[in-house]
Ligand binder design. Structure first.
Ligand code: ZN
Ligand code: ZN
Length: 395
C-alpha cells in the first residue's frame, strides 16, 4: 500500500467545515390566516380542557383563560404536567382556537413596594409564564401593578424590574407577555397610555406588548364612544405604544361613565360605550386582524359578566355581529352557556345566605351599640384632642 502524504490528512478543505443547518423559520400557526379572531374568557372549572370545549360551543375562534384560581396565591398545582399540557395543546389545535391568552392572577402586584409582596408577585408571575408555555399559550396578560404610597415613576421602574426577573430562566418559547391598560382605580398604574408606553419601552428587549381593554380606556377618560374620540385615542395608542404591539384587545362595555376611573364591565353594547361605538371599533381598518392596515391574528376577547344563562353566548354573537361577520362566525352550540340555570340558582342562594349572615351581624352590632348607649357609654373610643395627645399607660 503506498504511503499517503501527510499533507493530505491535515490539509483544510473549507467544504469540510461543519455548518449547522439554519434553524427553519417556524411556520405561522393555522389561526394566523388573516381571519378575525373573536372569543371570550372561559372557565377552567373541572380542568383546562373544559375551557376549550366552552369556547368552541360559544362560537369563538379564540379564547382567554386563567391558568389557575385567579384570587388565590396557591390556586391548585403550580405546574401543568407534560401529559395534561400535550392533551390540551392537541385539543386546541383540533378545534382551531387561537390565539390562546392567559390572564394572570389578580393578586400579583409587580409594582409592590413591600419586598415580600413583590417577591411573591414575581414568583407567581414566573409560574404563570411556565404554565403558559406548558399549555402552549400565545400571550400572558398582566396588569402593571399598583403604586400604593410610592411615586408612579418609581412604581413603574419596580414593575419593569419585576417583569424582567419573572421572565428569567424560561425555556425557549414564543409566548409573549402583554401589559394591560387599567381603569385607574385607586393607585393602579397604566391608566395613562403614555405611562403604559414608557413601561413597554423599558421592556422592549423582552418584546413585551400591550393588551388594551375598551372598558378601561373609557373609565380612564378616553372617549372611544365618539368617532373623533376613537380616532384620537387610536392615534395616541399608535404614538405611545404602537398598534403593531397590541395583538389583543379586551372588548368590554362599561357600567361606568367616561372618566369614572372604576373597573366595571357591562355586556357588549348595553353599557356607557354602546353598540354604535363597538361597530365602529370592530370594523376599524387599523384594528383589523388582517394585513395591510391591521395585524394578522389580532384577537378581540370579551370579559363580560354572565348574569343569566346564555349571556356569554350572546356577547360572543354580538362581537361577530358588530364586526359585520355574522355569516363567518363559527356556529355556537344551541342553548350552551357556562352558566346553567341550576348553577345560577346555587350562586343566588349562596349570595342570599351570605347577605342574611351579614345582616344578622349588623343587627347584633346595632344592638350592642344601643345597649352601650343606654348604659351611658359610647362604644367608640374617646376622641383624642390633637393638642393634648392621650397618654397611654404602659403595661
Ligand atoms: Zn381586561
Ligand atoms: Zn376590567
Amino acid at each position: 500500500m503506498p504511503e499517503q502524504p501527510l499533507t493530505n490528512v491535515i490539509e483544510f478543505d473549507p467544504e469540510d467545515e461543519y455548518r449547522p443547518e439554519p434553524e427553519p423559520e417556524p411556520a405561522p400557526p393555522n389561526w394566523m390566516d388573516g381571519s378575525m379572531r373573536i372569543g371570550i374568557h372561559t372557565s377552567i372549572a373541572g380542568g383546562h380542557l373544559n375551557a376549550l370545549e366552552s369556547a368552541h360551543k360559544l362560537g369563538c375562534n379564540a379564547l382567554q383563560i386563567f391558568s389557575t384560581n385567579p384570587r388565590m396565591w396557591a390556586g391548585g398545582p403550580s405546574r401543568v404536567t407534560e401529559v395534561d399540557g400535550a392533551a390540551f395543546r392537541a385539543r386546541r389545535a383540533a378545534l382551531g382556537l387561537g390565539p390562546l391568552v392567559i390572564h394572570a392572577n389578580y393578586l400579583i402586584n409587580l409594582a409592590a413596594q413591600q419586598p415580600m409582596l413583590r417577591t411573591r408577585s414575581i414568583q407567581a408571575f414566573h409560574d404563570e409564564l411556565v404554565r403558559g408555555i406548558a399549555l402552549g399559550a400565545d400571550f400572558v396578560v398582566v396588569h402593571p401593578g399598583a403604586c400604593g404610597d410610592c411615586r408612579p415613576d418609581q412604581a413603574a421602574r419596580l414593575a419593569v424590574e419585576s417583569v424582567k426577573q419573572a421572565a428569567k430562566n424560561l425555556p425557549p418559547t414564543s409566548l409573549r407577555i402583554l401589559l394591560e391598560n387599567t381603569a385607574g382605580m385607586g393607585t393602579a398604574l397604566g391608566a395613562r397610555l403614555e405611562e403604559l408606553g414608557e413601561v413597554l419601552h423599558a421592556l422592549r428587549n423582552l418584546q413585551v406588548g400591550a393588551c388594551i381593554d375598551t372598558a378601561h380606556l373609557f373609565a380612564a377618560g378616553y372617549d372611544i364612544k365618539s368617532e373623533a374620540g376613537l380616532a384620537s385615542t387610536l392615534e395616541l395608542i399608535d404614538r405611545a405604544i404602537d398598534l403593531e404591539c397590541v395583538p389583543v384587545f379586551h372588548i368590554n362595555d362599561s357600567k361606568i361613565p367616561l372618566g369614572g376611573r372604576v373597573d366595571r364591565h357591562e355586556h357588549i353594547g348595553k353599557g356607557k360605550i354602546g353598540q354604535e361605538a363597538f361597530r365602529r371599533f370592530l370594523t376599524h381598518p387599523r384594528l383589523s386582524s388582517a394585513a395591510p392596515e391591521g395585524l394578522i391574528g389580532r384577537a378581540f376577547l370579551a370579559e363580560t359578566p354572565i348574569d343569566d344563562p346564555g349571556d356569554d353566548r350572546r356577547n360572543v354573537a354580538a362581537l361577530w355581529e358588530f364586526a359585520g361577520l355574522k355569516d363567518q362566525a363559527p356556529e355556537a352550540a344551541k342553548g350552551f352557556s357556562m352558566l346553567t340555570a341550576a348553577a345560577k340558582k346555587k350562586v343566588a342562594q349562596q349570595v342570599k345566605s351570605q347577605k342574611s349572615a351579614s345582616q344578622a351581624r349588623d343587627r347584633k352590632m346595632r344592638a350592642t351599640v344601643a345597649a352601650a348607649d343606654r348604659g351611658g357609654r359610647s362604644s367608640r373610643p374617646p376622641r383624642k384632642s390633637p393638642a393634648k395627645p392621650a397618654k397611654r399607660k404602659k403595661g
